[in-house]
Design a protein around this ligand. Structure first.
Ligand SMILES: [Zn+2]
Length: 209
């Protein structure tokens, strides 16, 4: 029996497992098109669609099955003089995801800031980890918390963190309420950012959305 995971979890799989999944999905998408009533085998625009759908789906959820990007941290205390922690702000970081309710795309931007202690993260690692977390079916509220939780595990001594997420959910723009202009905005604060209004205000000023 295959091990099952929740939409936000991660279970790295070897390439041959992913290939097996891709093949299974291709066959199922053939059936989906048949159930919908399409003569896809004889439609030049659809004959290869089941394979494309399988590849597309696996690409959109690849954060579930690929390992976390490698992380580098740098020790500030090894540098000259006493380290003075200053907030490190990164953004906008583009994310492309899926909503776990409808499996429709979620496209948006993430802004992240943290107040390091002795160690800092390699700068390019922050977008890489955030994109990896986004590449799976998400609920935006949960994803926002998950960003904090993940970086806290990577840098437990960090003094505080802030995350701001602004995204468009296609399940709201192309169906249902059909509201194409609306964004969903979520934010989460941890550590000193929970108590210090100035830190929060400075972060949101940098976000400037
Ligand atoms: Zn949705």
């Amino acid at each position: 029996m295959e091990k099952l995971i929740k939409s936000w979890e991660n279970l790295p799989l070897p390439p041959e497992e992913l290939e097996r999944k891709r093949e299974k999905l291709r066959r199922l998408f053939e059936e989906v098109l048949t159930v919908l009533g399409y003569d896809w085998k004889n439609d030049p625009n659809m004959v290869d669609t089941p394979r494309r759908m399988a590849g597309m789906l696996l690409e959109l959820v690849e954060g579930n099955f690929s390992p976390m990007p490698p992380i580098t941290t740098f020790d500030l205390s090894a540098m000259d003089g006493a380290p003075v922690p200053v907030p490190v702000f990164v953004g906008p970081i583009e994310i492309k995801s899926l909503c776990s309710h409808h499996f429709l795309p979620v496209v948006g931007r993430v802004y992240f800031e943290y107040l390091p202690s002795e160690r800092v993260l390699g700068l390019s690692k922050i977008p890489r980890v955030i994109k990896w977390l986004a590449r799976r079916p998400m609920i935006q509220e949960l994803f926002t918390r998950q960003v904090i939780k993940t970086f806290k595990e990577l840098l437990p001594e960090t003094k505080g963190m802030a995350v701001y997420v602004k995204a468009k959910h296609m399940c709201m723009t192309v169906r249902g309420v059909n509201e194409s202009g609306a964004y969903m905005v979520t934010e989460a604060f941890d550590g000193l950012y929970e108590k210090d209004e100035n830190l929060r205000a400075n972060f949101l000023r940098k976000v400037g959305e």
